[in-house]
Design a protein around this ligand. Structure first.
Ligand code: URA
Length: 198
């Protein structure tokens, strides 16, 4: 399970098998310091998938993505347009293991973990993918543009609709809700997603 045998489309029959593999993975150094691999949560048949960056402390402890402060804010934003991670959404991350001190994962770490993400996308088969923050956009699509330039834009990746949005942790650092503020822009973006989903 810890080998670097290629993971190709169809390697995993389901998310459980993938998760089992992630929990014994050592394809990158993050495997040595994790408590739990954080694979995903939400509806495995969801039409919307949200992809974050990497687990933080709470996520590493629980094995579930977006359960800390960022996650609480994300749930609130989704609830404001009547979307819920229990019914409408599946959430995952670019990296399944927590980087020390919550640093940004390196491109090597993101690349090592990408086959898992690609299998997750194949298995969940979402219509819409929301990418939170530049690391997530770069990790999936390779697009290196700053998030402020591309958030709210519909992009196409491998035949799927994707939208870069701000990372909730960025919104926690920028609490203003004034017109034009990051929170205000996020609200515009999430409404566009809601409209597409309806
Ligand atoms: N931030 C992320 O990007 N992912 C998580 O799972 C938690 C916080």
């Amino acid at each position: 399970a810890n080998s670097k045998i290629p993971i190709t489309p169809g390697t995993y029959e389901n998310i459980e098998a993938l998760a089992k593999h992630c929990n014994s993975c050592n394809r990158c150094p993050l495997g040595q310091t994790r408590t739990h691999a954080v694979v995903g949560r939400g509806n495995l048949r969801a039409e919307i998938m949200i992809i974050g960056e990497a687990p933080g402390k709470n996520e590493d402890e629980t094995g579930l993505p977006f359960v800390g402060r960022s996650g609480q804010l994300l749930e609130k934003i989704l609830a404001s347009v009547e979307l819920s991670t229990e019914t409408d959404i599946y959430i995952a991350n670019i990296c399944k293991c927590r980087p020390p001190e919550n640093r940004v994962p390196t491109s090597e770490e993101a690349a090592a973990c990408k086959p898992y993400l690609l299998e997750q996308i194949r298995l969940v088969d979402p219509k819409i993918i929301l990418l939170t923050g530049a690391t997530s956009v770069k990790g999936l699509t390779g697009d290196k543009r700053p998030i402020t330039k591309i958030r709210g834009e519909w992009l196409e990746w491998e035949g799927r609709l994707c939208m870069p949005i701000f990372h909730p942790s960025y919104l926690l650092r920028n609490p203003s809700k004034e017109k034009g503020s990051p929170k205000w822009l996020m609200w515009q973006d999430i409404q566009k997603v809601r409209d597409k989903f309806d």
